[in-house]
Design a binder for this molecule. Structure first.
Ligand code: PMV
Length: 351
């Protein structure tokens, strides 16, 4: 039946790194210069919803809409994901000739974010994870999330970590073809159910320097970056894995804040320098320091991606303390939009 439409939908959550990916050793395959580690947020507030369909009757080739607007599918990243998924489907069709030849049909992808795109809120991570998962579901692929992470990585590096819920490591790998540069789940969200992430929207504007371009400039010009990838990140990876394993919040927070600072320091050391944080971001850092000092223990950790928005990790029991601290300390700062997006880091990437 040449008019039949095959369809599958899925959602993928945002992940926020606590040991950051910054730097590519291979720009085509998105192979990183260091391993990274993230916490996947719940899908209550931050997620991408994607529907993939295909049909022999689609006459206009592959196409993609993002939040209802036509988006370019000709980019190398999207093409790489389509090509890899089609190859897997084609080999399944070869093994079982009774399967419909979905691999030969044009694809239509419709994606919707419920948060600002490209404002340093890891929209590309959820976006490519959802795209890969939706097409894998459409094609009824049997590959594991880790195997799919190798494909999602080629869409956007950080996307490989959004194939899992909970605590996720992206192992940088060493092979030139990228087959060992993949994501693994370190622990389910239920391992540490008290973990929360408060998202503070400082700005919903698109980021000034894209992560791809920023990374390229940092790799090319920063001396500090060499120290970061050779010594700083390896020790942060070890310490962070221990902190998660032991559910040691003070240690988790210490490493997360140091790693965010180290990443933004390499951005400042890039020539010309790149600034993702602004005055409001820095006020958030001071607010975290103050609430930790006043509590007499570590109750909050900040981290910033390639944009000014703050993600504050804390434990459920300290929720009132954290919300109070941010209302009184930075609530009055101009440009501050402390949205009520308290987000439990408890959900898993949907299958
Ligand atoms: O996946 P990309 O190319 O959007 O890069 C993401 C880089 C950071 O968000 C700054 C860090 C990370 O590990 O997610």
């Amino acid at each position: 039946d040449s008019t039949k439409v095959y369809r599958a939908s899925t959602t993928a959550p945002v992940n926020i790194a606590v040991v950051k990916y910054w730097g590519k050793r291979d720009t085509k395959l998105n192979l990183p210069t260091n391993s990274s580690l993230s916490v996947t947020l719940s899908q209550a507030d931050l997620r991408t919803l994607t529907t993939a369909s295909c049909s022999a009757s689609y006459s206009d080739g592959d196409n993609l809409t993002l939040n209802g607007e036509a988006s370019d599918v000709s980019g190398a990243r999207t093409q790489a994901c389509f090509r890899e998924l089609r190859t897997l489907r084609a080999s399944a069709e070869l093994a079982d000739p009774s399967l419909p030849k979905l691999s030969q049909m044009p694809l239509r992808i419709a994606s919707e974010n419920n948060f600002p795109t490209a404002a340093g809120l890891a929209s590309s991570a959820a976006g490519f994870a959802a795209l890969v998962r939706a097409i894998a579901n459409l094609y009824e692929l049997r590959e594991s999330p880790t195997e799919l992470s190798i494909i999602a990585r080629q869409g956007s590096g950080s996307a490989c970590r959004s194939l899992f819920g909970g605590y996720v490591a992206w192992r940088m790998g060493s092979l030139a073809d990228g087959s060992d540069s993949l994501a693994v789940q370190l622990a389910e969200a239920s391992h540490w159910p008290e973990m929360r992430a408060l998202i503070l929207i400082v700005s919903t504007a698109k980021k000034g320097v894209s992560s791809t371009s920023g990374m390229q400039q940092t790799v090319a010009t920063s001396g500090l970056f060499k120290e970061r990838i050779s010594a700083v990140v390896p020790s942060h990876m070890d310490a962070m894995e221990e902190a998660i394993d032991q559910k040691d919040f003070a240690k988790f927070a210490d490493v997360a804040m140091r790693d965010s600072n180290s990443f933004h320091a390499t951005c400042a050391d890039t020539y010309p320098p790149i600034f993702y944080m602004n005055d409001v971001s820095r006020a958030a850092i001071r607010a975290v320091e103050l609430v930790n000092r006043e509590a007499g223990r570590t109750v909050a950790a900040y981290t910033f991606d390639a944009g000014p928005n703050a993600v504050i990790y804390h434990l459920e029991k300290d929720k009132d303390l954290i919300l109070g601290a941010f209302k009184s300390v930075v609530g009055g700062v101009d440009g501050w939009k402390a949205e009520d997006t308290e987000d439990a880091a408890t959900a898993e990437a949907s299958k």
